[in-house]
Ligand binder design. Sequence first.
Ligand code: FRU
Length: 483
Amino acid sequence: MEWSTEKRYLPYEKWSAKELLELQAQASNSPYQLHYHIRPKSGLMNDPNGFSYFNNEWHVFYQSYPFGPVHGLKSWAHCVSKDLVHWKDLGTAIYPDTALDSHGAYSGSAKVIGDKLFLMYTGNARDENWIRHPHQMGAFMDAANKIEKLPKSLIEQPKHTTDHFRDPQILEHNGKFYCIIGAQDKATKTGKISLFEAETVSGPWKDLGYVDFSKDDMGYMIECPNLVFIDEKPILIFCPQGMDKDVVNYRNIYPNMYLIGEKFDFETGKFTSNSQIKNLDEGFDVYATQPFNAPDGKVYALSWIGLPDLTYPTDAENWSGCYSQVKELSLKNGKLIQKPVPATTNLRGEAVEFTGEMTTKNQFELKLQIAAGQDAVLKIAANDENTECLKLHIDTKTGKLILDRKNSGLAVNEKYGTERAIAIAKNSAVDLDIFVDHSLIEVFVNGGENVLTGRFFPKGGSNKLVLDRDINFKAKYWEMADI
Ligand code: FRU
């Protein structure tokens, strides 16, 4: 299908209910469809937005283009959960239906204010010359999930940034509100994070300048900046597009990075850190991760598993993208730890001992402990001949873990490499918690010290799980329930 600009920006009401239902059925029936992760009802999903706890429920919204696998006119779709694992998709919540968000209700965040949930997002508007005008907007959602947008833009594009100015994260500190916004500096065309302050969320918002967190250039644009606090330390999670690989190496088209800090000064924007900027995920497709400090004292995060400017095999089925499972973030010995939330275990079926070969539904969790000094390949979604599969090469002799999707079915963005590798301790046992959901793998290494996430697209009937060598290991397998 030809996706002209005109077609991508066709108002939602021009699409018929029948077209939408057909797209939803096509996505539902896909063999690549996710069964225990958040996925789009139809069309394309990208960034998680407004991840929050409100009215006794967890909420997350997703950037949605419901009519195809392209970045068209974006809205927010709304999902709710009681346990961070079972999610219900309530459909479109914020439509791009005002002059200020006419070309997309872009990414943003949420904060409980009184008895309402305040949503702050970027209204993307283009004029007749197709010049972009980003407006930072506000909306209140009540306990019946009814959303009312504030009529005026809260923050306009500052003079010192270009029109790449979006993705506000709202924060509260010492009785004041702050927000950080991804930006491109006008003079240097480099990626920045803008900081604003207000007494009330409806403004006026005062520009406090850029967050000062690194001497290095952060590429040409920072998307989706987020600040959370773990054990009182600030953690910045952000997407520096076009960042020089000499600053921090990465393999994906755009990276999703984080920086652990010591202190963040809300008044000056100074982010003090003794750490290095690092990749949040060592796999293929994590982007736009949205963490938040939850009222239960924990920090949770959700990632878009998909990357901007790339295509995926399910585009042929008119849908694209999914989310990671919710990850709990913590700090241990100065390292960021990412773990599945405890309620994930509620999806487990009966525990089965994995002895080295079995047939699966490609919808499982596998806990695998491999002793020191072993070298093996775990073949996931393997065909009968074991010639096509997703490979996890585990070498506890030399200390290497490699996720290889080269020959795992349909090709996925091979230009950016087909392997992702991390170093693990040499001559030490390794502990892996592996989640497979048809076309998604998440590998949590050594209690969440590293995570490797990626999409893969096995051909029909490829559903064997095989450990290719007789090695010293212990493994438990659970089929996972649909959510
Ligand atoms: C990141 C992003 C954001 C923007 C949104 C639009 O993937 O480009 O910067 O707000 O997607 O869908």
